[in-house]
Design a protein around this ligand. Sequence first.
Ligand code: ZN
Length: 274
Amino acid sequence: MTQHQTKLDILEAGRRLYQNGYIVSSDGNVSARIDEDRVIATPTGLCKGTLKMEDLCICDMDGNLVSGRLKPSSEIGMHLFLYRERPDIKAVVHAHPPTATGFSVAGIPLTDCVLPEVIITVGSIPIAKYGTPGGPEISEPIRQYVKDYDAYLLENHGATTVGSDVMNAYFKMETMEHFAKILFVAKQLGGVNVLDNEQVGKLLQIRDRLGIKGPNPACDIPPSSPVTSQKGIPTVRTKSAGGTTPATGQKGAASNDTLVDEIARQVMKQLTRT
Ligand SMILES: [Zn+2]
């Protein structure tokens, strides 16, 4: 991808973050690594929904400005930390999507295996402990998740996603917020039906077939009931969080299977389109 296209994608991601209400005012930041030593980043202090090409900064891996007339994001340190820890990623998106951030404030991680498109794309979404925004403190709590997760909530703050390019990282943010909204509604309605091991295993096989790269830890692994994965597919489990009603009985499992297959088809259609 050309540097010009990467910049256009950063502007587009900023517009979408703002239009979707994932950021307000001058919140949020987006960056892309363009080579070993340089990162394009959104500037500090401006609304990311209305940025122009000339507002973008290029800085080195120590955060020093290489080109541009504005200072890079105050969270550039977190972005650079992520690039150092994950040489495979090329973009980072940080925002404050209200529903997902609400889960981070309530201390509820998005780790249940509930929606096929989430399992296939971002997988499990943990909460990294609080660190003061704008400084090195914010990065340390992420360290334990950085190798295995592409999306994390930041306690009492917001969310960060990483990806193979800017739009890939942006779409993970969209998926996270959509998941949080659906989960919130399900909890309001009285319960969350969690997919079982077999259902999740099939979704991970689809992920594998689609060649979706990057870690996907899916659900936590219980020490008591490990399930062997196939062909590098992560081991998964289902669990019942507060108010959760796991699928039980042959009938329920069969209808869930059909539903999952159908949703998986839709997900595959969308993924192959983009
Ligand atoms: Zn923030």
